[in-house]
Write a protein that binds this ligand. Sequence first.
Ligand SMILES: [Zn+2]
Length: 305
Amino acid sequence: MDLPIIYHPDYVAPLPEGHRFPMPKFKLLYELLLGDSVAQPQQFYTPTRPPQELIELVHTCEYVNAYCQGTLDAKAQRRIGLPWSPELVNRTCVAVGGTILTAQLALVCGLACNTAGGTHHAFPSYGSGFCIFNDLAIASRVLQKIGLAQKILIVDLDVHQGDGTAFIFQDDDSVFTFSMHCEVNFPGTKQKSDLDVPLPVGMEDDEYLQTLASFLPDLLSNVKPDIVFYDAGVDPHIGDKLGKLALTDTGIFRREMQVLSTCVAAGYPVACVIGGGYADDMKSLVYRHSLVHRAASTVYQQYRL
Ligand SMILES: [Zn+2]
């Protein structure tokens, strides 16, 4: 068997022409993985929309209903930053289903990668920064609810702090939140993760990877999670429009190898989501997102999962 990869054609929903959110990237990522033979068609799994009560393990019933029915007020809608449409509602729910499926497959296979996910700025009663429902939090609670995992570690290396996830689990010892992010970047008001590692503007590959290496192994042996969720945001890249760090493609690939080998070598299953990444050059952006799948395929074979 090969690395399971999760994708749904509905990961792409139409946005108005010229919208700054790079929506086409999900389909282009799927095509690149096949085109570059990183994956074969039979490695792909198609998620379904989760029932609303699973989304409500994290989000308030009022918020879920208002968002799904398109009755959020204009201010709440602006905070999300994506114009409402029924297609976007479906996309949002299918992507949450994708992360749930990724987590389930990671528990069976040791490693699995979504081709979307990482909507870490979503709070229980509101969305923010292109994030509507918090897939990492929902999938964590779903695994716990069905008894597949008790202790969970969320490793969030998106360049922005995982504020929604930190808030959701602030009083929950069963889910450990780790966020390594640029200190002077969105969100303006940071929440308190179980471990925050704020990084200075302009940090480059070696310093970044050394910093990560100084935290991750201890974190794993202290938390001893049943599963690790890895938000592999590529917005720490030097070419990212919203980033402010200075990682190269090589640096991102080394990061993915470091995270995945460290976890897998120690016997911890990892569910990967792609997180943020923003660039006008869609081809370069999609390549950056594919680095986690390339690294995961390598690790999957190396460790004969
Ligand atoms: Zn981000």
